[in-house]
Design a protein around this ligand. Structure first.
Ligand code: ATP
Length: 708
């Protein structure tokens, strides 16, 4: 259809051309969507007790006569595919999993749900199990990108995926329980089930870092969804980019709720009063601006409860009102009686035109951007003292940073806080309007030139052409609009690794979703941020009181039991509970824990290369203390053969959320010692493998680990 539309005769009228373009876009979008889902398009079949059957796939499809040939996995009719059990067959006789590679079926596993209906033969337990498809998926090699689990979503996961849109749903579970997978499938499900609501408002997915977002970015397109905005907490303030690093102490301070007062204190401290009366020159006359006048105007402006930049107008009007009285007095003019309105207007104009008046107003109540405010707060000790009454000198010092240094992730939530209190600066808005007008002039020139070049002068005006360009720009998707707009209200927000967010980051996210429709997934036992949460109630109660619901996942689909036992032992020895957690696979290679005989880095390189050979194309990661990362990375990149698969070297924080076939953990005692929640970091590191774990150490092992 796309080809036909493109080949079709070009109709003459602009309306016909616009229509043709619209159809071409529609078909192209549809084609892109179909291509994205074509791998493993159909993966299931349900045979029902009434003799009918249907196929389940990534999307729904009908044939040329309109008959349904594939049911979208999110449709109600597909629910039994995930939910039916022999105890509750839900009208299903049997369920089939199709494993495909491209368009070729490579495996089939059938599961009989209603055995009685199927045959009179006595039941043979060994043949009825749907573990085949799941085990195939769990045993598969991991590449650098996460795959969807649409064909093997388990019942407890499916209930979460299909849970209602409204309210805050917290999904908690240990490592590998599918929290990320479930969060992504839920986003796709919600977009399907509530398309009307969510397509216009958009869905925001927040993940801990770019590496993680890259790891998961293919999952939603493979489920037919492309309209989700993905961002890290450091990317939520349009126009600001961040560097990660910040010491744990600073991260904790900047993330804490105490910063609410600091930011509002900073804004108030920028609403100043003169120390003494200030003489102002207006057309040769001197008028005094008194502290009392400034105080009265500031009170009025503050009482307006508008944000700083908007309240500035109130301040200016009030102050001019007071000054005009003094000015009139100085000139010996009466401001009552007929004609006084005109006189007053003239005086106000003179005041507004006076350099002195303008300068003083700006000094007292300057329009500010969030960036200016925070830069001044960080870099100016006097201002910082004024804004942070009650804070210890030591904490105050922690906030210090020179102007011009890059923003950190923790700063973003503070910028957002400041933006709320400052409001729009109309000077900024005016500048933007002027820029747009200038752009239009440039575009008009370009359009005129193009018309001349193509000899089309007369057929269409330059203005029309510019409007057409503008129309194309307007056609930006909801996701693009949302990502560029700080005040966008999303219809739903999904947060992965939610335990890492600080109090200030929660405030920022809650602002992005006034309806409080959210899915938060996380595991408090894996918290590594020093500003992160240890308890969901502590985070959520202040926003929704107790109106949030908790779902738990307890089966680890990633890490075999023999490996996970060691990871849990470390936590238990440190007195940290991990909740109920069982592994879906037993595993047959217990972890190797070994003291290094000669040189640590040499041993790490040798072991990693050996693992790479054994993994035969699978992924290998080395998880290290931050202090060793550069050295190990250097040694490894020198030793790895050109063309062989990459061995990534990560800190535990960087490895969060990811998984690898084989993982080598280096110097666990140092990982534990490096951060305040170092045991949690080690737990994260040890729970990354899907197959094998090796631990190498020089220093004494943390409690719970023994050489073997
Ligand atoms: N139902 C399922 N079918 C197939 N694979 C699954 C299923 N559930 C989870 N998995 C797989 O288990 C692995 C772990 O899932 P995921 O990363 O979502 O877990 P997580 O709970 O987010 O882990 P962590 O907290 O450690 O980051 C992934 O490879 C995922 O594809």
């Amino acid at each position: 259809m796309l080809e036909e539309t493109r080949r079709g005769p070009t109709a003459g009228t602009p309306a016909a051309r616009a229509e043709r373009d619209a159809f071409a876009t529609l078909h192209a979008d549809q084609l892109a969507r179909l291509r994205a889902v074509s791998d493993r398009l159909a993966f299931g079949r349900l045979d029902l007790l009434d003799g009918s059957h249907h196929h389940i796939g990534r999307i729904g499809l009908a044939n040329a006569t309109g008959a349904r040939i594939l049911i979208d996995w999110r449709a109600p009719a597909a629910e039994p595919f995930y939910q039916a059990t022999p105890a509750d067959p839900q009208g299903v006789l049997s369920r089939r999993h199709l494993t495909t590679s491209g368009r070729r079926v490579t495996a089939i596993s059938d599961e009989i749900l209603d055995y009685q209906a199927f045959t009179d033969e006595p039941r043979d337990e060994t043949t009825v199990s749907d573990e085949g498809a799941l085990m195939l998926a769990l045993n598969a090699h991991r590449t650098g990108q996460m795959r969807d689990i649409v064909s093997t979503i388990q019942a407890e996961q499916d209930r979460i995926v299909r849970d209602q849109l409204a309210g805050i749903l917290v999904v908690q579970g240990g490592p590998g329980t599918g929290k990320t997978a479930v969060a992504l499938h839920r986003a796709a499900y919600l977009l399907y089930a509530h398309r009307q609501r969510l397509e216009r408002s958009g869905v925001l997915l927040v993940g801990p870092n770019r590496r993680f977002l890259h790891y998961i970015e293919q999952v939603l397109p493979s489920l037919g969804e492309t309209g989700v905005v993905m961002a890290t907490p450091g990317e939520l303030f349009p126009g600001v980019s961040t560097v990660v690093g910040e010491s744990a102490e600073v991260e904790r301070l900047k993330g804490s709720g105490r910063m609410i007062r600091v930011v509002s204190g900073a804004v108030r401290a920028r609403q100043r009063l003169p120390r003494k009366s200030i003489p102002l020159k207006i057309d040769g006359t001197t008028v005094l601006l008194t502290e009392n006048d400034a105080f009265a105007a500031r009170q009025r402006a503050r009482n307006s409860r508008k944000p700083h930049n908007e309240a500035r107008t109130v301040f200016v009007v009030e102050l001019l009102e007071l000054l005009v009285q003094r000015y009139a007095k100085a000139l010996d003019i009466e401001l009552t009686g007929t004609g006084s309105a005109d006189t007053r207007a003239e005086l106000v104009t003179s005041l507004r035109d006076s350099r002195d008046v303008r300068r003083e107003i700006n000094l007292l109540w300057m329009p500010l951007t969030p960036q200016q405010l925070l830069t001044e707060l960080y870099s100016d000790p006097g201002f910082r003292r004024a804004a942070t009454g009650g804070m210890s000198e030591r904490d105050r010092q922690l906030l210090h940073r020179e102007a011009g240094e890059p923003w950190s992730v923790a700063d973003v939530a503070l910028l957002d806080e400041a933006a709320e209190l400052l409001g729009e600066d109309d000077a900024v808005a005016r500048a933007a309007a002027a820029r747009r007008a200038a752009e239009r002039v440039g575009e008009l020139e370009f359009a005129e030139q193009s018309l001349e070049t193509f000899g089309a002068v007369g057929a269409v005006t330059a203005d029309d052409l510019v409007d057409r360009y503008a129309g194309q720009r307007e056609r930006r998707t909801v996701a693009e609009h949302a990502a560029g707009d700080r005040s966008w209200a999303y219809g739903h927000i999904v947060v992965d690794e939610a335990q890492e967010l600080s109090a200030m980051q929660w405030r920022m996210l809650m602002r992005r979703c006034p309806t409080r429709s959210m899915t938060l997934v996380g595991d408090p036992a894996q918290t590594s941020s020093s500003a992160g949460a240890t308890n969901w109630g502590q985070v959520l109660d202040r926003y929704v009181r107790d109106r949030w619901r908790l779902s738990q996942l307890s089966v680890n689909y990633r890490t075999p039991r023999v490996v996970m036992d060691d990871a849990i032992a470390v936590m238990t020895a440190a007195g940290i509970g991990v909740g109920t957690l069982t592994s879906a696979r037993e595993g047959h290679q217990p972890p190797v824990v070994r003291r290094v005989e000669l040189d640590l880095i040499e041993d790490v390189v040798m072991t990693a290369l050996a693992e790479q050979r054994q993994a035969a194309g699978g992924s290998v990661a080395v998880i290290v203390p931050a202090g060793l990362q550069a050295a190990i990375e250097g040694a490894l990149s020198a030793a790895v053969d050109e063309g062989s698969p990459e061995i990534v070297v990560l800190t535990a924080g960087q490895a969060k959320g990811l998984e690898f076939d084989s993982v080598l953990v280096v110097e666990p005692a140092a990982i534990v010692a490096e951060r305040r929640r170092g045991v949690n970091d080690l737990y994260v590191a040890m729970s990354r493998p899907t197959q094998r774990l090796t631990v190498l150490h020089e220093r004494a092992l943390p409690a719970g680990l023994v050489d073997r």
